[in-house]
Ligand binder design. Structure first.
Ligand SMILES: [Zn+2]
Length: 386
């Protein structure tokens, strides 16, 4: 696995714009991810390996690479996503990869094309060697992670092969993230009654009626944080992310809407907790309605004691040359959709603080480190334990 090859592939991938339209109109004609899917197909075309292009909407698709094992058995899934967030605030050089020493800058450098390259390198090396992994290895280059996570959901819903364990590439500085929060987002609208602002008593001010709702949400966040704690991550959060109210400067506003983002700890029931929030808001005596923004993202709750966790930790310790402990994260990943009962871990090069930001970068030394971690995991015999 060479540094030069990693640099070449990563620069190629950054130069291919796969910005997710994030729910906005998509002119097409092909899915957002198509040019990267074609690039990967070409990369794998030299080897005798099965490729499955999975197109699940007019705007998104995945590519699955299937490598049979020496023996049958539950497969290990390696997954990274190939869409990126937009670069509207970084228009000039986001898609012109820039190399500075060992760092590579560009949109997607660490989220998620660097982590993708860390999986690709050992995979290509494995295929070049003609070796078979002990058990089947699956590699999924997933679409639409950044918006609705339809890529991983489509894949999991249609996969018939048994999945034993999953590795998900995201920028974690090569440290295994075994748990992360689940998220549910919805809008709360307070209904008032409009009136001329010279006679406000004739109306009902929806913005003022929103005040007790906001106050109640602040209290609930405190309660959740007292009730639920985790050693691996910060407590649950209930954040008001947007507010809209009123139509004109000279009328009592008849409507006010806030958007909320509820993030819960691994193991908390998303449904029950969001129902609790709704019940409390509904009991305030103001006219409210709730509308779900999009499907909730479940949490990731892999056990620190799981043998898979233990093996990944050991592998990271050996490769990084220092102690490594399992961590938790406040953000969501595709790992949340891995089948319950099979462990999934998020690990990849780069720092989440640089993801979605101007001057996003990844250090190639970390990409190589993570590639070596993945190589060991690909070649491990999960059944005999060797
Ligand atoms: Zn990502």
């Amino acid at each position: 696995m060479s540094h030069d090859r990693a640099q070449q592939i990563l620069c190629d991938l950054i130069a291919i714009n796969t910005v997710n339209p994030m729910g906005k109109a998509w002119p097409g004609p092909a899915p957002v991810e198509r040019p990267v899917v074609e690039y990967l197909e070409l990369l794998f075309s030299r080897y005798d390996v099965a490729l499955e292009r999975q197109t699940y909407s007019d705007r998104h698709e995945n590519l699955l690479v299937v490598i049979p094992g020496q023996r049958e058995g539950a497969a290990t899934l390696f997954e990274s996503h190939i869409d990126t967030v937009p670069a509207d605030d970084w228009p000039e050089t986001a898609f012109q990869p820039r190399v500075e020493g060992t760092k590579i800058f560009g949109r997607g450098a660490c989220d998620d094309k660097g982590p993708l390259v860390a999986m690709l390198l050992p995979l290509l090396e494995l295929l070049e060697s003609g070796q078979r992994p002990p058990q089947p290895v699956l590699f999924l280059a997933a679409g639409d992670e950044e918006y609705a996570q339809t890529g991983i959901r489509h894949y999991i819903d249609n996969e018939r092969r048994p999945l034993g364990r999953g590795l998900f590439g995201e920028p974690t500085q090569c440290l295994p993230v075994i748990q992360h929060k689940g998220t549910v987002r919805w809008d709360i609208t307070v209904q008032g009654r409009s009136a001329h602002s010279s006679t406000p008593a004739n109306g009902r001010n929806a913005i003022l009626d929103m005040l007790p709702v906001i106050h109640c949400l602040r209290e609930l966040e405190q309660e959740f944080q007292t009730r639920y704690t985790s050693e691996l991550m910060t407590g649950p959060t209930l954040t008001i992310t947007m507010i809209h109210g009123g139509r004109t400067r000279n009328a009592v506003p008849d409507q006010c809407t806030i958007s909320i983002d509820l993030r819960l700890l691994a193991g908390m029931d998303l449904q029950r907790s969001s129902e609790e929030v709704r019940r409390r808001v509904d009991s305030l005596g103001v006219e409210v309605s709730h509308s779900l923004h999009q499907a909730a993202t479940p949490s990731l709750a892999t056990s620190p004691e799981d043998p898979f966790t233990q093996f990944v930790l050991d592998t990271c310790r050996q490769e990084l040359g220092r102690d490594v402990v399992p961590t938790g994260a406040p953000y969501c990943t595709d790992a949340a959709y891995f089948p319950a009962g099979s462990p999934a871990i998020v690990v990849g090069p780069g720092d989440i603080r640089h993801a979605h930001a101007i001057n996003e970068f990844v250090d190639l030394r970390e990409v190589m480190q993570c590639a070596r971690i993945h190589k060991r995991l690909m070649l491990h015999d999960w059944e005999s334990g060797r």
